[in-house]
Design a protein around this ligand. Sequence first.
Ligand SMILES: [Cu+2]
Length: 201
Amino acid sequence: MLKVADVNITRKLTLSDSAGVSGILGPNAFIINHKLFDINYIEYKVPIGNTEIWEITSSSIFGHPFHIHDVEFNIISINGAAPDPALAGWKDVVFIPGRNGGGPGNPGTPSVVKFIAKFEDYADALHPFMYHCHISLHEDEGMMGQFVVVGSPTDVDDKNKDAFLFSVYPNPTSNKLFIHFSDPSQSAYYIKIIDVLGRGK
Ligand SMILES: [Cu+2]
């Protein structure tokens, strides 16, 4: 399980209802961060290796299953309460309940769900990761966003950088990569190499 103490940033997302949208569900649609999906827009640039809390506040009248690509996450809380045991494991979807109460002229009480995730796979703007409502109709109508995970493909996890001495060269490279270790007290290393599309080797 991921630790809140390791969190680099809390990202705050919103789910809400919108009127005046054209499309198969128009004029009403459900939206993330106050806008419909735009394939030319990247919402977040996540530094590779980041541990993050995503806090999703929903004023939608409807519940939405929120799905994210790339990572599995641990749910921290649903409307302030710790998750039930069945929801305490690794997840890639979490149900965001609709707002509590509300009606004409009354916004009700929004729902708030928090989860924690670690982003370890690189993704550029050509092949970004998505997050979206897992109800296909809502997703197709634009309830989706994109993020990239940035950092040099031969970048080094900052947390471990000072734990031992080494150098990587040439950087960047498209063929041979040399890793030189100069810490005499270490006898074994674990190295994870991914390509620019986030695929392990
Ligand atoms: Cu939805």
